[in-house]
Design a binder for this molecule. Sequence first.
Ligand SMILES: Cc1ncc(COP(=O)(O)O)c(C=O)c1O
Length: 412
Amino acid sequence: MLLFRLRPISISLSPNVQRDDVWLTLKSVLKILATPRAIPSAVANLENAFKEYLGAKYAFSFNSGRSALYTIMKALDIKEGDEVLLQAFTCNAVPNPVLWAGGKPVYVDVDSTLNVDPSDLEKKISDKSRAIIVQHTLGVPAQIDKILEIARRHNLIVIEDCAHALGAKYNGTLVGTFGDIAFFSFGRDKVISSVWGGMVTTNSENLANKIGGIYKDLPKPSRSWTLKQLLHPLLFSVIIPTYYIFGKYLLAFLRIVRGVGLAVSKIERMGEQPTMFPARMPDALAELALHQFGKLEKYNTHRKEIAELYFENINPAYARLPARYEGAIYLRFNIRHPNAKEVIQDAKRKHILLGDWYKNIIDPIGTDFSKMHYTPDSCPNAERAAREIINLPTHINISSKNAKRIVQYIRD
Ligand SMILES: Cc1ncc(COP(=O)(O)O)c(C=O)c1O
């Protein structure tokens, strides 16, 4: 009981980190401090693991999904005048790499799965369209068959955004294997986390050659940057269990002194490109990502079980439930409620910290829509979803007891 009062039920706060990850991180910190060239094979091992898992011929690791997507844009030679289709109800981390490369994002409305609506996609294609980014939002696959058919007819390159969906399947086949090229993220709240990280996979020799040509000249993040990121899981292993004694104050302090950085920087809200993108993945973070990758099936099985618990116990009369799909991995379980903001604030008072991805159709709040080329009212389904969204946690540190407390809270 006492522990419950100190530790919040939370959707974020390094959700995937377990004790073994903390030990590994600690060892990596010590290794880096002892020798400047730690774990040199981790990047290659991580890339090989992805190739094997997805049956992909080529894989390139990066320091983020943003670097991965930006490099794809460069490889496709996206430049001024070129349009790249992508869905509204997303993070500015998706349109920004398009903008940084010089392209123009064009927004497609969402369907009931909160992914690209194929019928709106048809309407948004123009003779300037070059590519479509297919996001599998919160781990629920998009209607990829229909999207592929439309893309083929219009000669569009299909880029799968699997930032939320590593391990999700569409008709029994892993997402990330349908399009011309795919990218993944290992950001702190993603399916597997190494604080920062990303991957591009493809079977196209032509695209791989182009990515490889760019990749060889990319910098690797510095030792000090890598060390700072490794502190993240270590700090959170202290912050979470003590959250209501001093943890949240420590977190606030660390944010002020920039001991813990933001996942999306302020300048990105204005469409600007931080100097850290694009870059390769450092070995120490690749080692952590590889370690987490080894737990992927366990993580996703757990997510599906918690999602099932929500499906079975949340009455749709209280909140609209997400699409039920067997291959979904439910990175976050999104429900919808007309008073979403109030519900999230009220839950917080009861020590339940729920999520609000994407309460802004291009998250986070403060993102300048005109800089993102988004025209208000152009994607009404996405706008409505953004007003109503509440994300419930499914991660490995959420027990079924925690999930039942959330269900009870919603019922009350
Ligand atoms: C849907 C989606 N795609 C891509 C990204 C970019 O990933 P990263 O944070 O690793 O740059 C994010 C996260 O920010 C995301 O939510």
